[in-house]
Design a protein around this ligand. Sequence first.
Ligand SMILES: *Cc1c(COP(=O)(O)O)cnc(C)c1O
Length: 374
Amino acid sequence: MIPFNKPFLTGNENHYIYQAVKSGKISGNGLFTEKCHRFFTDKFGFHKVLLTTSCTDALEMAAILADIQPGDQVIVPSFTFVSTALAFVRQGAHIVFADSYAHHPNLDVDRVEELITEKTKAIIPVHYGGVACDMDKIMALADRYHLLVIEDAAQAIDAYYKKKPLGSIGHLGCFSFHETKNIISGEGGLLAINDARFAARAEIIWEKGTNRAEFFRGEINKYGWVDVGSSFLPSEIIAAFLCAQLENIDKIQAKRKQLWHAYDERLRPLADKGYFQLTDIPPFATNNAHMYYLICHSYENRTALIDHLKNNGVLAVFHYQSLHKSDFYQNKHDGRVLENSDRYTDCLVRLPLFYELETGDIETICGLIRELYE
Ligand SMILES: *Cc1c(COP(=O)(O)O)cnc(C)c1O
């Protein structure tokens, strides 16, 4: 059986966890957390970062920092993971769902302006598969209408828009280290604070509404409760694991890209014959090889493909029920039809892509796909 995903251990995870345990301090914001923070500010130039226990948590922190109030509107693509919308719903926001492009699952930026009202507070672009949304257009809209931009960069580590790292362009950026992502810590995430206005408050929200982080740096002589917040910071055990992954980011990315291209070489010719659709990486974006997916012509066709692969020992999966049609939100949605989002819901299929996958496996998978269509 070729699984859909398999978490990759780079080698030093256990060693660093042991070090953290042995140091006698395994709660959050210790040496390994600091090491991870330094990695992100050094390698990607983020102004300030905070590790979180998930991308969902980072999005929740962003929603608090954005001061989202009941009744505020937030523009979110419908074709995304639940958390992109959920974090804002918890603050009382009304979600205005946006459609994707016909040619790519990313947010159709040219149709965002018509969704902006006096109540709109923020736009949440999701970089699907680590491929950048058109950030210049989004930031221009945000400027014109005084909106905040919070990038859901859960899948977008080490991915760029016009040479700028994703997650560093909006006011805030959120990453995930869930075991299905490129860099993992089981559950885990990161908030990038790109607008200095939010830096001090972010640290307080991170530490249960207290100014403990300032206290530990010796900047104040006692700490206490000063704001809202939660326990958003991960333990040192998680940070230690993440540290080992980050040390190997270049190696992980190189292997994933090699696998991605192995798929692409074999599947492009079949897409050219019209059997299914593949998406292109826009010229302003890079490819971080987060996922390889294809878009079938119909729901039935996709079911046939997933079944054919499964019957031959390969686990491929579909992705995302349109959020505007979810049980939770369908009655709150304004009724607009989001046809592209719905089409990806019905037709998109993700193929196995993980570090330990071999080119031979890809040969097998692509052979099965060819067999079905030819
Ligand atoms: C994985 C993912 C999330 C959630 O990340 P967690 O770390 O599991 O909370 C949010 N948004 C997108 C687009 C994702 O792919």
